[in-house]
Write a protein that binds this ligand. Structure first.
Ligand code: NAD
Length: 423
């Protein structure tokens, strides 16, 4: 349980999940474990009020957050989430996972995350723009290309990043493309960024499948979440010949034993903003999704969805964590006992932050790479990171998650120790 006064005692919260993950890696950190408290204490957490004039002239207030969990290895990096359930504690956990992810991939970043407690689907385009601009101004004192670089997450996209970049630039009086990543291409964005996270899920997933004796074209795949991450991963598995037999989003669950027509579903989703009503599959009840037979299961929506009960029900060989924090610690233990391999979020969905890193580097040098170069570098970095984690897991006889944490926390805590405490 956390010793922080501003944290709840909910054992299933995302922050509790992160703390439990840290606890599990301590025996493998040697002397560095003495520094582990730094991981349990976010460096900086900013709560902001965002007053917004609605199109009808009324005024509403929204809660906004930006948390910088750890900056020992470089500026903060992490997305911004617009979702009605966002809380400070959730943003803390998401920022902590970014610290671990950046270190696991050896990117020169710390971890940060932001969010607004809002349902963006209920706002008009103009309201969304005003909300984004005010939020950016409010957190403007702590973000910047050398301080903390936001990016898209659930409910945000390249347009939101363009507004953030413009607002920050207007406030400091200089166009600063490197303040956010995931921007439109013509505003200093990177080719390959939109697909990067889903691509990383596919690349690490195919590599993991090979290692446990699965052949991707023979696999039945289920995906929860059909947004930026889930739809791209689904498309790549479909293209590789796998059958994506089930897809669930906030609106519906669709099942088709012969495999859903993923390109048609993606078109439908783009037009309607959801998969409900798509003609090409049988609708299932929400819970039935967890009881079908799959080979590969990809949670790519929100955290905490794989509970112990669902971990006992899941019928698959491989879980690819496209989402951040989808598996509760108790569920992790059950999946391990059932010999279901989990490629953890901090490796599996790190394609996005990796190409964000490429985007940041390109913005600084004002020299842009081809999509082929981006994808080649991304694939290489992801495969090498998974290989290192797999070897560590074998050597320590632990899960891939604990192995990834061992590699990452060693890097973070070494940096912390070498920098020393100020003053
Ligand atoms: P998105 O907003 O594009 O899509 C989210 C998807 O989740 C949508 O299809 C939505 O319908 C679905 N969803 C929401 N609530 C649901 C529910 N209760 N049940 C089932 N489905 C539900 O978001 P995204 O960018 O694809 O992010 C998805 C996950 O991946 C998040 O955990 C995010 O933190 C993580 N992630 C995203 C990126 C990125 O580059 N976008 C990078 C790393 C990790």
């Amino acid at each position: 349980m956390s010793s922080l006064s501003y944290v709840s005692t909910d054992n299933n919260s995302a922050w509790s999940t992160f703390l439990a993950q840290v606890e599990r890696v301590l025996p493998y950190l040697g002397d560095l474990a003495l520094w582990a408290d730094t991981l349990r204490h976010p460096k900086r957490a900013l709560i902001v009020d965002i007053p917004l004039e609605m199109d009808d002239g009324t005024i509403r207030h929204f809660e906004g957050f930006r948390v910088q969990h750890n900056l020992s290895r470089g500026p903060g990096k992490g997305g911004v989430r617009f979702h009605p359930d966002v809380t400070l504690e959730e943003v803390m956990a998401l920022s902590a996972w970014m610290t671990v992810k950046s270190a696991a991939l050896n990117l020169p970043f710390g971890g940060a995350k932001g969010g607004i407690r809002v349902d963006p689907r209920e706002l008009s385009e103009k309201e969304l723009e005003r909300l984004t601009r005010r939020y950016t101004s409010e957190i403007g004192t702590i973000i910047g290309p050398q301080q903390d670089i936001p990016a898209p997450d659930v409910g945000t996209n390249a347009q939101v990043m363009a507004w953030m970049m413009d607002t920050y630039s207007m406030n400091i009086g200089a166009t600063t493309t490197g303040v956010v990543t995931g921007k439109p291409i013509h505003l200093g964005g990177s080719l390959g960024r939109v697909n990067a996270t889903g691509r990383g899920v596919f690349v690490t997933g195919s590599s993991a499948a090979d290692r446990i004796g699965l052949t991707v074209p023979d696999c039945r795949v289920a995906i929860q979440g059909f947004g930026n991450v889930g739809s791209v991963a689904a498309g790549l598995f479909h293209r590789a010949g796998a059958k994506v037999v089930a897809v669930q989003d906030h609106s519906a669950t669709l099942f088709e034993a012969r495999g859903l027509d993923i390109p048609a579903l993606a078109d439908y989703q783009r037009q309607h903003g959801a998969i409900a009503g798509f003609a090409g599959g049988t609708p299932l009840k929400e819970d039935e999704f967890w009881h079908q037979e799959y080979d590969i299961f990809v949670p790519a929506a929100l955290e905490g969805v794989i509970t112990p009960e669902r971990a006992r029900a899941l019928q698959c060989r491989l879980v690819l964590e496209g989402a951040n924090g989808p598996t509760l610690p108790g569920a992790d233990d059950i999946l391990r006992q059932r010999a279901i391999t989990v490629v953890p979020d901090v490796i599996c969905n790190a394609g996005g932050v990796t190409v964000s890193y490429f985007e940041w580097v390109q913005d600084f040098s004002s020299f842009f790479w081809s999509e082929q170069e981006i994808n080649d570098r991304l694939d290489r970095i992801m495969r090498e990171a998974l290989e290192a984690v797999w070897q560590k897991a074998d050597a320590l006889d632990v899960t891939l998650r604990t192995a990834a944490y061992a590699i990452a926390c060693e890097r973070i805590l070494m940096a912390r120790r070498e920098r020393g405490l100020y003053p």
